[in-house]
Structures are given as structure tokens and as C-alpha cells.
Ligand binder design. Structure first.
Ligand SMILES: [Zn+2]
Length: 101
């Protein structure tokens, strides 16, 4: 599969998730991948996947997850899930736990 096919698959299966924590409106973006859930930060242009790490080494702009979010934003093709502020720390911990274990 090439990059644009991967992006199409992510969008068609609604795998771009935006978690909003209320009332602070803090945002955590995730993309559900084949094996892992990837954590992204749009404002920092950061993605937790290995592809992102290597594209940075090659001085490319971003991985296909970040590109997927860009397109999802344009198409309003985002799965929004709302949480309360109290859940933010636990959520972040579970994302970080998934990344490093
Ligand atoms: Zn990525």
C-alpha cells in the first residue's frame, strides 16, 4: 500500500479521533493504526509513530498520520469523543503507556 492508499483507508474507516476534555477544551488527537494507536499533536506537528521519527531524520515534513489529520480537518471527517477534565491525566498516561510498553 502506498501512502495515499493508507490515508484513504484511515479516512474511510473513521480512524481519526479527536478527544476533547471539558471544560478546558484540551485536545488529544489519535489515529487508530493496525497494531497501535498513535498520538499526534497538530500544533507541534508531532506524531508518535516510527515513520514520523524516520521522516524527521530524512528532513521530510511529516508522516501519513499527520497528513490524514489535515485532510480529515478539511473534510470534517473526524470522530470526536468528549471527556471531562478529570479524565485527562489518566488518558494521557494510558496513551504514553501504550507507546512504551
Ligand atoms: Zn505518524
Amino acid at each position: 500500500m502506498d501512502e495515499s492508499q493508507k490515508i484513504n483507508l484511515i479516512l474511510s474507516e473513521n480512524r481519526v479521533k479527536l478527544h476533547i476534555f471539558n471544560p478546558s477544551k484540551k485536545e488529544i488527537w489519535c489515529i487508530v493504526g493496525e497494531k497501535n494507536e498513535y498520538w499526534l499533536d497538530q500544533s507541534l506537528n508531532f506524531c508518535s509513530c516510527k515513520g514520523y521519527y524516520f521522516t524527521k531524520l530524512n528532513q521530510k515534513m511529516s508522516c501519513y498520520h499527520l497528513k490524514s489529520i489535515e485532510i480529515a480537518l478539511k473534510n470534517k471527517n473526524i470522530d470526536v469523543v468528549e471527556f471531562s477534565n478529570e479524565e485527562y491525566d489518566d488518558f494521557l498516561l494510558s496513551v504514553i503507556h501504550d507507546l512504551y510498553h
